[in-house]
Design a protein around this ligand. Structure first.
Ligand code: AR6
Length: 231
């Protein structure tokens, strides 16, 4: 790790650790909530084929726990389509829980264009990464590495060269990156979720006991890493 670059990686942790519409997410202009906002995709539910109903429970539970511990932060779950099933499941389940709807929102849009296209300032974004932390592949990983340019690859290499499922790593995004300049993203947190796709590494063979534990750990790791940036 070179001087001047602060990478944060999750240490191993046990299980014990632990519209509602888009309007809420628009800036209030009164404070810089954008600098305390994490935008994240639904980890593992597309290419990694994790069950959406189970994933939505885990997202809502881990977000609720996190928001109880930290006042001054906002979480935005992002997906590309109005028809996103994970967004509607999460919305439904959030409305049944006591979660402050201004601090946990869902948003339809491209996570690499939240500011310029969505009018949403989010200084930290999460990536659903692969274990090698390689660009490409598809999904949100390809979108983020493409939008951020080569400097994200270099910055990522300085932080880590691999991830275990259920862990995450914070990468400070160099100010030369277009994603930093245009969208105001200062940090990317790579997260590796559980894999339920037989064509990908660490396939869990439909073991949702393991898979759910790993997805919990992945979100807890993501949120704690986010907290460590904004504290
Ligand atoms: N903006 C917002 N959300 C997006 C975007 C985007 N630009 N692109 C996709 N999503 P996935 P995984 C949503 O497949 O299941 C990669 O190739 C998408 O609709 O990206 O964790 C990696 O290299 C879904 O809700 O991630 C890994 O090998 C969510 O992002 C593997 O796929 C996650 O979908 C990871 O698979």
């Amino acid at each position: 790790v070179e001087a001047g670059i602060t990478c944060r990686m999750e240490v191993e942790k046990g299980l014990d650790d632990k519209k509602e519409n888009e309007e809420h997410a628009k800036e209030s202009h009164s404070d810089n909530v954008g600098s305390r906002t994490l935008a994240f995709p639904s980890i593992s539910t597309a290419d990694f084929q994790f069950d959406l109903d189970r994933a939505s429970d885990i997202i809502v539970d881990t977000a609720a726990d996190f928001l109880q511990k930290f006042d001054n932060v906002r979480l935005v779950l992002v997906d590309l389509s109005e028809k996103s099933r994970i967004l509607s499941l999460v919305k439904q389940k959030t409305s049944k829980k006591r979660i402050d709807s201004s601090r946990f929102v869902t948003f339809v849009g491209d996570i690499t264009q939240l500011h310029t296209k969505g009018g949403l300032q989010c200084s930290v974004i999460a990536n659903a990464a692969n274990w090698r932390l390689k660009p490409g592949g598809g999904g949100v990983n390809a979108a983020i590495f493409n939008a951020a340019g080569e400097s994200l690859q270099h910055a990522t290499k300085k932080c880590a060269d691999a991830l275990r499922p259920g862990t995450s790593v914070v990468v400070p995004l160099p100010s030369v990156s277009p994603l930093h300049q245009r969208e105001g993203v200062t940090h990317v947190i790579h997260v590796l979720g559980p894999n339920m796709n037989p064509m990908r590494p660490d396939y869990l063979k439909n073991d949702y006991t393991k898979g759910s534990k790993i997805l919990h750990e992945a979100y807890n790791s993501l949120f704690e890493n986010f907290a460590s940036i904004v504290q």
